[in-house]
Design a protein around this ligand. Structure first.
Ligand SMILES: Nc1ncnc2c1ncn2[C@@H]1O[C@H](COP(=O)(O)OP(=O)(O)OP(=O)(O)O)[C@@H](O)[C@H]1O
Ligand SMILES: [Mg+2]
Length: 298
């Protein structure tokens, strides 16, 4: 079941198509990476889903409710904005206890969420927190009402590698319990923890699939070959029209992007034998999300 579905969702600011005919489905329980460069329309999509902005046209269904007709679903959605604001002179616990009163949640839940985000024994004021700690507190705040869906706008993008790891590990730990929709412009973050990815470019969704499917779809396109005379092989292969690109990856190795897999499997060994080249390695590489991303973008 999809917990989020959008139908030709559009948001225009004058001529600017911030979100353009978006048709997106997010299945229950997945970690969904919403990937796109600056200005692609990620925050705008999130604002639409949260009823913070009105669609120019189209609509979305969240947890079975049409968001243009109802706001009840918002009770079951937790949100972390891209630039969260806290009361700096509070401790994490004080801050969450205040929120729990406002949204009428049992104080016991504060303990639970502090535990989940690893801030349970943290006594310092929020003002002295690192950015990573603040993001984790932001996730705690989003989890407070025990929502079904968490929407996180660039939760890890502004963090250093250690902070990113903490936040991504935390998001990964929610797998299976919550549906997490998070935006990012960092490919490796998606690759690390997401089950599915949607890639957004200039307001348009250009790809939407599981990471596994993508890797299968684009697998066996990149070939890694190690031989005793790579220069000779390079000269032979560069003229072939079934090869897309070829480059040296290190002293004895070639990285070859092929258009026709079977042809590569047949022809390359033949050329190697004909040219009396000695082979050390012949391997199709698993594509990274980065390989796929650049292939799709171009
Ligand atoms: N309130 C607004 N008025 C006019 N234009 C806007 C408004 N909000 C967003 N835009 C434009 O819509 C486009 C998409 O913006 P959005 O903030 O959704 O992108 P984003 O993917 O979140 O980018 P970033 O990675 O920088 O956060 C941008 O060109 C932006 O300038
Ligand atoms: Mg944004």
């Amino acid at each position: 079941m999809n917990v989020i579905e959008t139908y030709n969702l559009c948001k225009y600011y004058k001529e600017k198509r911030a979100v353009d005919n978006l048709n997106l489905g997010v299945p229950e329980g997945v970690i969904f990476g919403y990937l796109g460069p600056n200005g692609a329309g990620k925050t705008t999509t999130i604002r639409l889903l949260l009823n913070l902005a009105k669609p120019t046209s189209g609509y979305a269904v969240v947890l079975g409710e049409n968001i243009t007709k109802s706001r009840k679903y918002l009770k079951k959605v937790g949100f972390l904005p891209d630039v969260p604001n806290f009361y700096n002179y509070f401790t994490a616990r004080e801050y969450l206890e205040l929120l729990s009163e406002i949204i009428k949640v049992d104080k016991k839940r504060v303990d639970e969420v502090l535990e989940i985000v690893g801030l349970k024994s943290e006594k310092k004021r929020i003002g002295t927190f690192s950015r990573g700690m603040k993001q984790r507190l932001g996730i705690a705040q989003a989890l407070l009402s025990d929502p079904q869906i968490l929407i996180l706008d660039e939760p890890a993008s502004a963090l250093d590698p250690q902070g990113r790891k903490e936040v991504l590990d935390l998001i990964a730990s929610l797998r299976g319990e919550k549906t997490v929709f998070f935006s990012t412009h960092i490919l490796s973050d998606v690759e690390r923890i997401c089950d599915r990815v949607g890639i957004l470019k200039e307001g348009k969704l250009i790809l939407n699939d599981t990471i596994d499917n993508l890797k299968k779809r684009f697998s066996k396109r990149i070939l890694h070959i190690e031989v005793n005379n790579p220069q000779k092989l390079f000269e032979k292969l560069k003229k072939e029209n079934w090869i897309e690109s070829i480059s040296f990856s290190d002293k004895n190795a070639l990285l070859i992007r092929v258009k026709e897999i079977q042809r590569a499997q047949r022809e390359i060994p033949r050329i190697i034998v004909e040219e009396d080249i000695l082979i050390d390695r012949f391997e199709f590489l698993e594509p990274t999300l980065e390989d796929i991303f650049f292939e799709v973008i171009s």
